[in-house]
Design a binder for this molecule. Structure first.
Ligand code: PLP
Length: 486
């Protein structure tokens, strides 16, 4: 299996070549040259598999340059009930992503698939834990080392640290805005005592942290010498790991392959639902893929109008589902490539226009950039939007109807799913975080605290290990060099 850039760069790397990298050399995103197909027979055989075995089968279709036995071992090491043990007490941890029926009404079924039972209580663990093991495995084969450098305002940074802690050949340098994260999120990251994890609290806001990452990444000589890499949401291996739970959810909700299901996905950077799109392109019987956004509705706007208009920082709102607060959707280019029938020249032109004009228009209106919006239905996509008030109402409603506390992001999903569920087609909402992570809003909605999984009760009291730094690029470079010894 070779990979291609959405913008047409002629190199055709393999899976292991793109594993540690980010963007293609021309600024595009990697996609496989064609999507592997899954037959009905295979799908039936997969019904009996454990989560780890299913993950291995799917990974083998994409990572053809890794020996199959090694993939089996990596998946078995990653997807264990010990790693995904933070689920609700009535869930079976051996399921890894347990599926629960929320409601059945006039032939309509609403289900919730838990993706948040990993170490940081959010769905990013599903892919990041595999990435940690894949990185370690690949670096060992090349006797290489890697220094992951990034900025976080919450979920991604902690998922990366928990995936890379204690891994040979890997260090993590993670910037976060000093005193700006929730006490819970801060404690999750800063309580890690592993010597390969470096938490740097920057005296500034998240944008200052991101500017420092950009400045360092633009210094190509420093980047190469210090073996700097990233783990952002455009990483192809992360997308592949996420494809697995769409198959798992489908297989758990159906008994034969004639049945279809739909998914509703709380969305920000379009990484999660992009994996659903890929599962569907592989032949998984998905009827609809519903994008749920919060007030930052870049994606909802596109799926309603065909116009993709990215937002400026000042236009990007801080909401109570903060992990969906995006100004542009970094994985969206992968879908646009398929929507345009693989026309990489047009994809390159459209995303150049995003840089120069802040967006593009595929509505087919006079003067627009194309009329492909008319084809969005063929790919099963639809969308909806949820606001703070909707979020509070949905959290209360779920508490009353299902006796279940759901997090703010998941609430956006449930709200939108209820607008789209139809008879005969089970609607699966992906649960992207546990409520304990966003307790402030749970208190606002329900007047009480969200339940914390065992072991997290006193996380704020654990000793913390971090360094405070001014937003100073020279200073962070010195810090990295000093700790890598490179
Ligand atoms: C990252 C995240 C999302 C958004 O996922 P994308 O892949 O960026 O679309 C939604 N909910 C939670 C809790 C997250 O951490």
């Amino acid at each position: 299996m070779r990979y291609q850039s959405t913008r047409g760069h002629p190199s055709a790397p393999g899976f292991s070549d793109i594993l540690l990298g980010g963007l293609a050399p021309d600024g595009g995103l990697y996609l496989p040259e064609r999507y592997p197909q899954v037959s009905g027979e295979e799908l039936n055989a997969w019904r009996k598999l454990s989560y780890a075995a299913l993950a291995a089968e799917i990974l083998k279709k994409f990572a053809t340059d890794i020996p199959p036995a090694d993939i089996d071992a990596l998946a078995a090491k990653t997807y264990t009930p010990q790693v995904y043990c933070n689920g609700r007490s009535d869930e079976d941890p051996t399921q890894i992503t347990p599926l629960r029926l929320l409601e059945e009404k006039s032939g309509r079924r609403l289900l919730l698939q838990s993706l948040s039972n990993g170490p940081t209580l959010a769905f990013k663990d599903m892919a990041m834990q595999l990435l940690g093991n894949l990185f370690e495995y690949t670096l060992q084969r090349q006797s290489g080392e890697l220094n992951i450098f990034g900025a976080t305002s919450g979920d991604t940074g902690s998922a990366a640290e928990y995936a890379m802690r204690g891994k040979q050949g890997i260090r993590v340098f993670m910037l976060s805005p000093h005193l700006k994260m929730s006490a819970f999120q801060t404690a999750q990251m800063f309580s890690l005592q592993d010597p390969n994890i470096f938490n740097i609290a920057v005296e500034g806001v998240f944008d200052d942290c991101q500017d420092m990452v950009k400045a360092v990444s633009n210094d190509l000589e420093f980047k190469a010498r210090q073996k700097i890499g990233t783990v952002n949401s455009i990483n192809w291996a992360r997308v592949v790991a996420q494809v697995v739970y769409y198959f798992r959810g489908y297989l758990a909700a159906t008994s034969d392959n004639q049945q279809q299901v739909s998914f509703t996905v709380p969305s920000g950077n379009f990484g999660n639902i992009c994996a659903g799109h890929i599962a569907r392109m592989m032949g998984l019987p998905i009827q609809k893929l519903i994008v749920a956004t919060n007030e930052n509705d870049v994606l909802h706007e596109f799926f309603q109008t065909g116009i993709y208009r990215v937002r400026k920082s000042a236009e990007t709102l801080h909401t109570s589902s903060p992990s969906m607060d995006i100004s542009k959707a970094s994985n969206f280019e992968r879908f646009v490539f398929d929507l345009l029938g693989g026309d990489s020249a047009r994809v390159a032109a459209l995303f150049k226009k995003v840089e120069t004009h802040g967006g593009f228009d595929l509505s087919g209106a006079p003067g627009s950039d194309g009329d492909e919006f008319a084809r969005v239905n063929e790919f099963g996509f639809a969308s909806g939007k949820s606001t703070h008030v909707d979020r509070l109402n949905t959290i209360r409603d779920a508490d009353t109807r299902y006796q279940l506390t759901i997090d703010t992001h998941t609430a956006d999903g449930v709200k939108v799913a209820r607008e789209h569920w139809v008879p005969e087609v089970p609607m699966i909402v992906l649960e992207t975080a546990l409520p304990a992570k966003f307790n402030e809003t749970i208190r606002e909605a329900l007047g009480r605290d969200a339940e914390r999984p065992a072991g997290f009760e006193n996380i704020e009291l654990l000793p913390q290990r971090f360094d405070v730094m001014a937003p100073d690029v020279a200073e962070i470079k010195r810090y990295i060099a000093q700790h890598t010894g490179l």
